[in-house]
Design a protein around this ligand. Structure first.
Ligand code: ZN
Length: 134
């Protein structure tokens, strides 16, 4: 029988078992290594409301500007919900090899390539790191 994916759509290398998680959408149990995970960084308020809040805020006096906190959400979906919500799609054999990288991580990686950003688990032999200048 031909196999669609060498890893059967999972990342359970030689573990034998991986803990199940609940899907965010339908609450189905899904192995953690199989679940479709997306890391979301959202602003708490939309652009126009943010401007209104900034105008009346007392923290914005002087040079320092108040930084509005953001929402950091990790979503985990089962495969059915991932396909249904079009988070992932059916891809050709070649395209299936492209791995998902979150936008935040992609930015971090590009900055790291430029030598501007230090990533916590940077390995030996990686490019030298220069402190990020503000
Ligand atoms: Zn689901």
């Amino acid at each position: 029988m031909p196999k669609k994916r060498r890893n059967n759509g999972r990342n359970k290398n030689h573990k034998g078992h991986s803990d199940p998680i609940h899907c965010e959408n339908c609450f189905r149990l899904c192995p953690k290594d199989k679940a479709i995970k997306r890391f979301l960084i959202k602003n708490m308020v939309d652009g126009s409301s943010k401007r209104d809040i900034e105008e009346v805020s007392v923290y914005n006096e002087g040079d320092e500007k108040y930084q509005m906190p953001k929402l950091y959400i990790k979503n985990q979906y089962c495969v059915s919900c991932g396909i249904h919500a079009r988070i992932v799609r059916v891809r050709s054999t070649v395209d299936r090899r492209i791995r998902y990288v979150s936008r935040y991580r992609k930015d971090q990686m590009s900055e790291m390539a430029k030598g501007l950003y230090r990533v916590a688990n940077q390995r030996k032999g990686d490019k030298p790191v220069i402190a990020k200048e503000e």
